[in-house]
Each structure stands twice: as structure tokens, then as C-alpha cells.
Design a binder for this molecule. Structure first.
Ligand SMILES: [Zn+2]
Length: 501
């Protein structure tokens, strides 16, 4: 994949907005400060040349929206193709150094960036490349260099770029380092302490109920072609759902940790992880490989593996509590599980088949129907305004909003099925349905600074929590549960409620 930039994206280099010009000038000052701290002479001149080089790199990068087009990324190159297609870099020496000299075929996500960057190797002075490499090595290690480096790094990337007012306390940064380098070792202790086998069994049962609910919804769809349904069924029945923690743990036996060598610990830790990944090349795909540690509060759908991961840390209150009523668990974690399952079948999921191969398995008619139904949802979210001058972009957040509607629908079905015809017990005076929707709303309680929220609205594919909670407006059962009437603020007429799955 393309790389080489210090700022978050090519737009930071190419945009001529006032804000971005200011960021670039502060970045250059930051580079000069770091070089000076590290003892380099002529730090201002070196900084100017480094920014100039990164600007040239940014010009050959693909843009964010273009990068999201997975079909444009599916380019296979043999190792010989690199010298022919992207001359300028000594590729065989590069592959040898990277431990990739035995690999014969590569996926090149952005061919034009490979061509462009390799050409820059020949056209830019070697001294500039050396400075560029030195700066990035210093920057990357700033957290464990003398305090002045860490503070300078935070002043630019934390304060200037993200509006964060205070650096995290040193002990917290220490925890992040350990978690980053020894994630599975920390995870094993975390799981022992906070995730019982009973909690795992119960969460797995919930996943099974949700998959069954999804299967029924797909079977009942009138718009989907039977052949498409058959592939959807194949994806569902081969889906690997990881609950809590992986079945095997990473082996750290080749990683030497020394009590008095933090820089070396990080260096050796990164190297050990790199070697672990290199060793997997050429072996069969391990669909049970996890992409998150058990102590991560998140969940993920991995289309290339046709797999889901639900780490133990999201299977905790308020998302999930083995002691809580089923209604609350289905409303909270159940809707998250349903959300991730639905990504298997949406516009992203429709491009990967049950074996994780890039293949469009939807018919054009299916896609047309899906796009029409979802346009209504995009319009609904366009009306939400976190700020008087800034609305949610219904298109940018569409895929995630669809998954929210799908997730809550399937979780509600799964919850009703779990009652097996019985009436749910009331809790604090709330009926089962009320508990379900309250738990869903509580998933999305959050607090965000204005600058960060604005940045989220402009760049994040997820809607802010407050609006994700409003997904209930599309669910008929929510109207019954709280007796929501026409004229009330969140009321939608039945025809305005969006039903996709
Ligand atoms: Zn999602």
C-alpha cells in the first residue's frame, strides 16, 4: 500500500484551504524542532526539504474515496513486475531486506503510487531521503525518547492536529505500549479475570439466535434473487464468529523484553510481530485469526475471512451482562452483533463471497433495489443537524446506518424468539420491549468536544451516537413500546420508516 506521509492524508498536503496551509507550516516547524532536538545541523533547511518531498509523494497518492473502491485495489504483480512497472527503486534489494524475497506475487493496492514514489527515488537527492528516513524514525520513537521529544510530538499531533488539551498520564501511555506489543499476553490475563466460560456460552447462544433471525429475514425478502439468496445462505452458514477471545494465542517466545531497555523493547517487539506475519505468507488462510485483542471495546466484520470478532471487552456492562435480563442484553450487545452480521450482506459484503474472494455475487437488480431502499435512509439522516451550520451526510454514513437498522431489527427478532412465547419479566416498571429499546439507546451515550465532533461529522462513516440512538424511529415495535404518537418529535409515518432487510 502507499505510504510515506507524516500528516494523516494527501489532502493535508494538496488542499489550499487556509486551515491546511496553517497545518503545513506548523508541521514544517515541528519537523525542524524534532531534527534540532536530535542534534542535526541546519534543521530548518532539512525540514523544508522533507516537506517538499512529502508533498511530491502526496501528489502520487490515491485519494480516500478512491481508496475505498476495492475493485481498483485488486492488482496482482509478480516480483519482477515491480522493476518493470515502477522503476527507480532497487526492488530486489528492497524485498531481500524486508524478508520478502521468496514471495512471488503481491497485491498492489495503488499502482500509480508505487510508480510515482519509485520514480521519486531516482529524481530526489539521496541526502533528502536520508533526512526523511531519520525524521520518521525519530518521530516514531518520540514516546520513549527524552521527555522533550514526546512533548514536542504531542504539541503538534495531539494539540495542533486533534485539539486534545492534555497528554495522557505517563502510566497510561505505558499501558498502551505493553498492550500494543504484547496484546495477546495481556488478553489472556484479561479473559481469565473478566470473562467467564459461562458468559461465553451465553453470548454464543445469543449469536446463534441472531444468525437464525437474520436467516429468516433473508428467506422472507421478496426483492432478492434466489441465486443471490443461496450465496447469502452460504455466507451465513460458513461465517466464523469469534466470541470473547481467539482459539490460539500469539507466541511471544522469540521476543526478548529487557527491564532497562524501552527503546529496544519496542524495536524488538515490532520486529517480532513483523516476522510472525511474514511467516504466515504462503500458508492457508486462517479464518480464525483475530484482528482485535480481547481487551478491545469494539467488534469487527472481516470480509476476507468471512468472520466476525466480538472481543471479551465489549461483552461487558453496559453492552452485556450475564446477570441482566435478556431484553437488556439483546437491546445492547445484540444490536451490535446484528450490525456486524449485516455487513456480511451489504454493499461491502456483496463484493466478497463465502470464501472471502473478491466477487460480486449480487445481481444488478438486487443492487438496484437495495440502492433505492437505502436512498430513503440517506435522506432521513441528511435532516439531522449536530450544529446549525453542519448536517450529517446521509451518503457518507449510509452503510453504517443501514447496519444499525438491520442490527436492531434482527436483535429484536432474536429477543422475541428467546422468550419462546412467554411474557418478559418487568424490570423497574419497564416492560421487556421498553428494556430492549432503553438498552439500545444507552449503547450510544457519549461526550465529545465540539472540534472532535465536527471532525467526526465530516470524515467518519459512522453517525454520532445521538443519531445512532434515533435508529428506533424505523422500528414499528418502538412505537408500541412507548406509545409514540403522530405529532411527537421523533414520530415517522409507517411509510417513512425504512425497512431494508
Ligand atoms: Zn459497522
Amino acid at each position: 500500500m502507499q505510504g510515506g506521509l507524516g500528516l494523516p492524508d494527501r489532502e493535508y498536503y494538496l488542499s489550499d484551504s487556509e486551515q491546511m496551509r496553517k497545518v503545513r507550516s506548523k508541521y514544517e516547524t515541528h519537523i525542524a524542532t524534532m531534527m534540532k532536538l536530535a542534534g542535526f545541523s541546519d534543521s530548518d533547511a532539512r525540514a523544508a526539504r522533507i516537506v517538499e518531498l512529502e508533498h511530491a509523494i502526496a501528489q502520487v497518492h490515491r485519494s480516500l474515496p478512491e481508496n475505498e473502491d476495492i475493485h481498483k485495489a485488486n492488482n496482482t504483480w509478480s516480483s519482477a513486475d515491480f522493476s518493470a512497472q515502477a522503476p527507480g527503486l532497487d526492488w530486489s534489494e528492497y524485498f531481500r531486506g524486508a524478508g520478502l524475497d521468496k514471495v512471488t506475487s503481491f497485491i498492489v493496492w495503488q499502482p500509480e503510487a508505487f510508480k510515482g514514489e519509485a520514480a521519486l527515488v531516482a529524481s530526489s537527492p539521496l541526502e533528502t531521503w536520508k533526512d526523511w528516513l531519520a525524521f520518521h524514525r525519530i518521530e516514531e520513537s518520540a514516546g520513549v525518547l527524552p521527555k522533550a521529544f514526546a512533548e514536542e510530538r504531542f504539541a503538534f499531533f495531539g494539540k495542533e492536529l486533534s485539539g486534545t488539551e492534555q497528554q495522557r498520564p505517563r502510566w497510561e501511555r505505558g499501558v498502551f505500549v505493553v498492550d500494543g506489543l504484547l496484546g495477546d499476553a495481556v488478553g489472556q490475563i484479561y479473559v481469565q479475570r473478566y470473562f467467564s466460560p459461562a458468559a461465553k456460552t451465553q453470548a454464543q447462544a445469543m449469536v446463534a439466535n441472531l444468525i437464525a433471525a437474520f436467516r429468516q429475514r433473508i428467506e422472507a425478502l421478496t426483492w432478492m434473487d434466489p441465486a443471490t439468496k443461496a450465496e447469502a445462505e452460504a455466507k451465513l452458514s460458513t461465517l466464523y464468529v469469534g466470541v470473547g477471545y481467539p482459539e490460539t494465542w500469539h507466541d511471544y517466545s522469540n521476543y526478548e523484553v529487557k527491564a532497562n531497555d524501552i527503546f529496544g523493547n519496542i524495536w524488538r517487539g515490532n520486529l517480532s510481530e513483523y516476522q510472525r506475519r511474514i511467516a504466515r505468507l504462503g500458508k492457508p488462510v486462517d479464518r480464525k485469526e483475530w484482528s482485535m485483542t480481547p481487551q478491545t471495546v469494539n467488534a469487527v466484520n472481516l470480509p476476507l475471512q468471512n468472520a466476525l470478532n466480538f472481543p471479551a471487552a465489549i461483552l461487558q456492562p453496559p453492552f452485556y451482562d450475564p446477570q441482566a435480563p435478556a431484553a437488556a442484553n439483546y437491546g445492547a450487545i445484540g444490536t451490535v452483533i446484528g450490525h456486524e452480521i449485516s455487513h456480511t450482506f451489504d454493499t461491502e459484503g456483496s463484493t466478497f463471497d463465502s470464501k472471502g474472494r473478491l466477487r460480486n455475487w449480487w445481481t444488478p437488480d438486487d443492487l438496484k433495489h437495495f440502492d433505492a431502499a437505502t436512498a430513503q435512509l440517506a435522506a432521513q439522516y441528511d435532516t439531522y443537524k449536530p450544529f446549525p451550520d453542519l448536517a450529517i451526510n446521509g451518503k457518507q454514513t449510509l452503510a453504517e446506518n443501514i447496519a444499525d437498522v438491520a442490527g436492531i431489527s434482527a436483535a429484536y427478532d432474536g429477543y422475541r424468539a428467546s422468550l419462546a412465547g412467554k411474557t418478559a419479566p418487568t424490570q423497574d416498571g419497564f416492560s421487556g420491549d421498553q428494556q430492549f429499546f432503553l438498552a439500545f439507546g444507552q449503547n450510544w451515550g457519549e461526550k465529545t468536544r465540539e472540534a472532535a465532533l465536527r471532525q467526526q461529522v465530516m470524515t467518519d462513516p459512522h453517525s454520532p451516537g445521538e443519531y445512532r440512538a434515533c435508529t428506533v424511529r424505523n422500528i414499528d415495535a418502538w412505537y408500541g413500546a412507548f406509545d409514540v404518537q403522530p405529532g411527537e418529535k421523533l414520530y415517522l409515518t409507517p411509510s417513512e420508516r425504512v425497512r431494508i432487510w
